[in-house]
Design a protein around this ligand. Structure first.
Ligand SMILES: [Fe+2]
Length: 217
């Protein structure tokens, strides 16, 4: 583990305490809306990768950090009653800042970023909380006039609950309004997938809270 990582982990531990009081709970938590599922998409990572830790901006052994705007994503995994689920597995993958996935099936001509980890798997702690640092993904064209808004893919699993595959979006993105995948999700679930990122003095980059509610089997 690099020195930079130790520093950011320490900052984050402090930050997660302050965050509980500092950020408003997401709408999903307030309304106990089960987080809606969405398509997995074609770019779930298939290339083996040893570094899948919580810091996607820094690959172990690389000098440089990923290109793009750093952000923290944090939140809780909960059951329908709002009880935290410890040790749930949160698997995330996304395009880089230019909108390109490190996946052989992505034919987008945008450049790869060799310093972007692109994929992380973390577990929730005793209070159901997870966190990871990444960069804001770029938008990318799909077909014709359809461009996907910036989004992060999630796969969340916990024994006794249905596995959830979904996507998280960024508030105030014009492309959110024209995205067929996001707009196929009925309210109130749709709003629960869109996250506001704010500056927070305990974090070294803007932080967004994405709570995830799983359905019992
Ligand atoms: Fe995607």
């Amino acid at each position: 583990m690099s020195n930079d990582k130790s520093i950011s982990r320490r900052a984050l531990l402090k930050g997660s305490l302050a965050l509980t009081a500092g950020l408003t709970a997401s709408r999903a938590l307030a309304e106990k809306t089960i987080t809606p599922s969405q398509v997995e998409g074609p770019f779930y990572p298939i290339k083996p990768q040893t570094d899948r830790d919580l810091d996607l901006t820094q690959i172990q052994g690389h000098e440089s950090a990923a290109k793009g705007e750093a952000i923290w994503v944090t939140g809780k995994v909960l059951d329908e009653n709002g009880e935290p689920l410890a040790n749930a597995v949160v698997d995330v993958w996304q395009a880089n800042a230019a909108g390109r996935y490190a996946h052989p099936g992505d034919t987008n001509s945008a450049p790869l970023d060799p310093d972007f980890q692109g994929w992380g798997i973390v577990n929730t702690d005793e209070s159901g909380q997870y966190r990871f640092k990444t960069i804001k993904p770029g938008a990318y064209g799909v077909s014709g006039s359809w461009s996907r808004p910036p989004h992060i893919h999630f796969k969340v699993s916990k024994r006794g609950f249905f596995e959830l595959t979904t996507q998280m979006y960024f508030a105030n993105e014009a492309l959110n309004n024209t995205d067929g995948i996001l707009n196929n999700v009925p309210e109130p679930g749709r709003s629960s997938l869109i996250v506001d990122f704010v500056q927070h003095n305990e974090f070294d980059a803007p932080v967004g809270q994405f709570d995830i509610i799983l359905r019992k089997v």
